[in-house]
Every structure is written in structure tokens, then in C-alpha cells.
Design a protein around this ligand. Structure first.
Ligand code: URA
Length: 209
């Protein structure tokens, strides 16, 4: 079973409550979604490996720490995942950004990839896949499939709100991918929305409806 973690830092919980409110407009929703993504990445990167490095300060030579290990890339699942990218890049400005677009076939309701553009070295990077809502898990599973097919080996999935159904589905299909959420909500509605959730994240981020 893959690891699932709810990052219940008080600031994360508070900010998520703010954007659950249906009266919050596009500008605030977008800003706060990115702030939550930033705080989540701060928590998730706590265990990044470090190595010693020699630094000569104005006072003389010393041994200090720098990041070691795999370089990172952010991978938003289009379109709503775009709403978390800037927050992640605030903390990891040198990260590459890969994009993966999925659409839902109206007859079968199954997700299909329509666009994938990744950094050429995804096999050597740790990928932070971002998507605000983990509902059925269908798009996340297909996105991870698509990334593995292209050589990705290390991935984390970061979502704002998860439904138990989606967490279980991703854990079953991709036990090697750790999932991080700001909240685990109650259930999926019959129409595939997370309850209480925050509505259609893409529409709320981009002001469409
Ligand atoms: N996608 C959304 O944007 N919201 C949900 O509640 C579920 C999937």
C-alpha cells in the first residue's frame, strides 16, 4: 500500500478553509491555492538529502550543507494542476516543469492523455505531480502511467483535497507513489465531485463555469 499523508499544518488547514467558501472569488482562490501548495512543498521537502560542501565566506573556509540527490520537476495535470505550480516554484525556483493533459471520454468516462511534454531527463528527476482534487483517482492513475511509460521512476502526488476513493485507487495501482493532501474529505458525490470539497477547482481557479 502506498503512503498517504495529510499535511495538517494549521496554516494549511486555515487556508484550505478559506477557499472552500463558495463566495471566494477567482483572485483569492488562485492566490491561496498557490500558498497552500507552497506550504505543502515546504513540509514534503523536509527529508531531501543533503551533502557537505566547502564554502569560503568573507571570514574564511567552512563546510556547509547543500541539496544532494535527484533534481526535482513539477508536473501539473492540466488544467487545474496549473493552479499549484507557482506555489511550488516559489520554493524550488530551479525546478523544471512538465505538463500532462488529460480529458475524459464522454461515453466511457475514462480519462485519456492528449498532451505530454516532459523534461528530457525525467528518469533522473523526482517528479512532484500536482492536481488540486484527487476524486476517483482516474486522471492521477493515468498520468502516473503516462509518466512511467516515459521513464519516470520517482514520483510524489500532491493534492489539495482527496476523496477516500481516489486515495485507495492510486494506492492500489501505484503503491510506489506517495500521496500528500491538505485534507481527506468525506466522499465522492454521484456526479464525481468531492464532498465537502471546494467545487470545480479548474473553474474556480480560472473563473470559468
Ligand atoms: N474535480 C474537481 O474540480 N472537483 C471535484 O470535487 C472533483 C474533481
Amino acid at each position: 500500500m502506498g503512503k498517504f499523508t495529510v499535511l495538517n499544518h494549521p496554516l494549511i488547514q486555515h487556508k484550505l478553509t478559506l477557499i472552500r467558501d463558495k463566495n471566494v472569488g477567482t483572485k483569492e482562490f488562485r492566490e491561496v491555492a498557490n500558498e497552500i501548495a507552497e506550504l505543502m512543498v515546504y513540509e514534503i521537502t523536509r527529508d531531501l538529502p543533503l551533502e557537505d560542501v566547502e564554502v569560503e565566506t568573507p571570514m574564511g573556509k567552512s563546510t556547509q550543507k547543500q541539496l544532494a540527490g535527484k533534481k526535482l520537476a513539477v508536473v501539473p495535470i492540466l488544467r487545474a494542476g496549473l493552479g499549484m505550480v507557482d506555489g511550488v516554484l516559489e520554493l524550488i525556483p530551479a525546478a523544471k516543469v512538465g505538463h500532462i493533459g488529460m480529458y475524459r471520454d464522454e461515453k466511457t468516462l475514462k480519462p485519456h492523455e492528449y498532451f505530454v511534454k516532459m523534461p528530457t531527463d525525467i528518469d533522473q528527476r523526482e517528479l512532484l505531480i500536482v492536481d488540486p482534487m484527487l476524486a476517483t483517482g482516474g486522471s492521477a492513475i493515468m498520468a502516473i502511467d503516462a509518466l512511467k511509460k516515459r521513464g519516470a521512476k520517482a514520483m510524489k502526488l500532491i493534492v489539495l483535497v482527496a476523496a477516500p476513493e481516489g486515495v485507495k485507487a492510486v494506492q492500489e495501482q501505484h503503491p510506489d507513489v506517495e500521496i500528500y493532501a491538505a485534507a481527506l474529505d468525506d466522499h465522492l458525490t454521484e456526479t464525481g465531485y468531492i464532498f465537502p470539497g471546494l467545487g470545480d477547482a479548474g473553474d474556480r481557479l480560472f473563473g470559468t463555469k
